[in-house]
Design a protein around this ligand. Structure first.
Ligand code: PRP
Length: 209
């Protein structure tokens, strides 16, 4: 049995469809309910609905064997997991954004509002730029508008949130998409099952490209 942590929500449902096509169906998962665990013994798979930002924790600690996690989370928390495949979904960008009239005054420490403190720290360290990180949990776009920060480091998907708040991308940091990850212990003990799953999933992703 391979235990799979899927991110609750639209991305997880899309990811499940890929697993389903790859031969790991579990029809009960699509029925409306508040249940969090679903299994199909015949297909050798058990699914968990997990908060998207927690998937890597379940996999890293072995509570799930594999999972679907955003590259943003993998970059930010650097969990000890194997990244097996790019699922080519949940595509977006990690970017620096600011008010349209923003000009960087390099004499001053740059105030950066973000949920992704490690990504921001590493990005600006690479440029040798001094920053002050202001950690927020959501609605990051408010920070430069209210003067709480100079820039934000955040996810941009359609760009609508920036546009509707008169902000613009200053620089791109990384391309983000959903990845199939596996735990190190799981890979050691269920290597064959996980490799078969990974191969079947990669084939479905390839077919859909
Ligand atoms: C994310 C991100 C941006 C928005 C980008 O927020 O933080 O705010 O989506 O998407 P867009 O480019 O398509 O407008 P999320 O909806 O996850 O909520 P949050 O404010 O809690 O971060």
């Amino acid at each position: 049995m391979v235990n799979v942590a899927l991110p609750k929500g639209r991305l997880g449902e899309k990811a499940y469809r890929v697993f389903e096509k790859a031969g790991y169906s579990c029809p009960s998962i699509l029925e409306p309910s508040r249940k969090l665990i679903f299994e199909n013994t015949a297909a050798g798979v058990r699914y968990f609905w997990v908060k998207p930002s927690d998937v890597a924790i379940y996999v890293e600690r072995g509570a799930a064997d594999v999972g679907v996690a955003g590259k943003d989370i993998l970059l930010e928390y650097a969990p000890e997991v194997y990244e097996l495949a790019d699922l080519a979904m949940g595509k977006c960008r990690m970017a620096v954004a600011a008010k349209k009239d923003f000009r960087d005054d390099t004499e001053k420490t740059l105030r950066v509002a973000t949920k992704f403190g490690n990504i921001a720290r590493e990005f600006y360290a690479g440029k040798g730029r001094d920053i002050d990180i202001i950690r927020l949990n959501g609605s990051i776009e408010l920070a430069p508008i209210l003067g709480l920060s100079d820039v934000i480091v955040d996810i941009v998907e359609t760009g609508a949130t920036l546009k509707e708040n008169d902000l613009a991308v200053v620089e791109e940091i990384a391309a983000i998409s959903a990845r199939l990850i596996a735990g190190k212990a799981a890979y050691r003990f269920k290597g064959m099952e996980i490799e078969n799953m990974c191969r079947a999933i990669a084939a479905v992703v390839e077919e859909q490209a």
